[in-house]
Write a new protein. Sequence first.
Length: 156
Amino acid sequence: MFKLPALLLSAAALAVGVAACGGGSSSSSSAGGGSSSSAAASSGTGTSAAGSSSAAAGGASGSLAIAANPSGSLSYDKKTLSAKAGKVTITMTNMSPVGHNITIQKGTNGAVLGSTPTFMGGTKSVSLNLKAGTYTFYCSVPGHRAGGMVGTLTVS
């Protein structure tokens, strides 16, 4: 039982090293947009979501769940998510040995609206007020989006 905490601690140390090499894209801005300059850690939403309700990802809901591939592959467990317009909270789990995040963008190349911090070994959430439309979610760690960590969020 004590091997898992040691493994998570080692993974966290590795994440700090990885983040120092290429994770300089997270600065804060308000949730819901306005800032298009960087991946945004949306006002206090980059906190652990342990104990959150188990929302059905992909269903029309204000709370969505997604996970990074636990083996370290550059993929999420879902390529599509959907929610109703209004406050949308996306909780991401990353049990992979590689640091990941989830970043939400208007359309396919529009403004970045919000993001979790890059992390390993747990869950983080981002909450945004979204209007009906199509959004892209992706991992903003360099090379991860191109490697397959990208999908579509449809808000109705």
